[in-house]
Design a protein around this ligand. Sequence first.
Ligand SMILES: [Zn+2]
Length: 393
Amino acid sequence: MKRRAWLRWGCAHCAGFGVLAAARAADGAPPAPVDDAYEPPARFVRPDIATDEGGLWALMDREETRLRRSAFRMREDALAGYLTALVCRLAGEHCPDVRVYPVRTPYFNANMAPNGMMQVWSGLLLRVDNEAQLAAVLAHEIGHYLRRHSLEMLRDVRSRTAFGAFLGLFGIVGLVGQMANIASLMAFSRDKEREADRISITLLKKSGYDAGEAAKIWAHLLAEARATPDVDPSKNSVLFATHPPSDERRQTLENLALGSTGRTGASEFRAVMAPLRRTLLEDEIKRNRPYESVELISRLLGHEPGSAELLHFRGEGFMLRATPGDADLAWADFQAAVQTGQPLPVTHRALGALHRKRNEPAAARDAWQRYLELAPSAPDAALIRQALEELKT
Ligand SMILES: [Zn+2]
């Protein structure tokens, strides 16, 4: 059952919109096929509160109010403005109806609630390489929205006991643990996923992006999901349960994008993410999936080989993974970070700990003193001072 669930490879809880398209289909007017000439439908009208769909929208409005107040919502203006501009470029005239919220949760995910509330999780922001890849995920969600895929799913789920959990998912807080269970309930059919993927490629092309970037995301996620030995990713990875990547999907996206030329927007994306990335890397390490973290950060280092920040956090990943040889690999990364001339203060702290393990008290002292010079008011400064005292005795 679990395996079947992830094979459905849906963006499990990217719930798009609903009722009008269903009504239109009932009137015998099928939605236009998705190809390069695809034209999105006109803006949707907010459903009357007295209707079935209107009631669902009202529930989602309440979840949106909770999300706005949540400590998990990322409040950086530059990021919010950037995401909104990106959604508007892709969604065209539907722009005023889609409100996008970045949420600090270290897993790859994006979803769209029926009232137009879109979430983008910080784990996704850490994992995409450029604006085109981010746009590909947003365009996929917009694809579900434009096709109003989710209403039938919402109704279906509502008739089951999991509806409370389903609503809670849009409210985000504390739900990561439950997500794998909910994912199978919320996955769209393969046909709907294919349709959203097709729409995403046409929207990317229209907006001037290199649509070839879309397939790369799935290749990266696959590599990450397979990084941990002897672990079935469908059982242990929220990433796999909610957005199961597959070779087939990657291949299909690659074929759809064939011949696409356009921009990737790598430098624009990096400029927006630079002030936030350290926090996202800290969150990534706290996830305690070191094989995945090392895989991910090694890939990021491929784009920025001299990044002291990335070198530090891959070192942390090696320390956490702790397989034979990992302490040496961590050592090499921390040293390389110092050699950039601009290491994070915490790199000195980590080196101090490694020196102490190697029974090199003088070097440990130097490293920790350097840490305290650079970060005198760090939360663990008192602890490090105490460790320094112990080294002297
Ligand atoms: Zn989807």
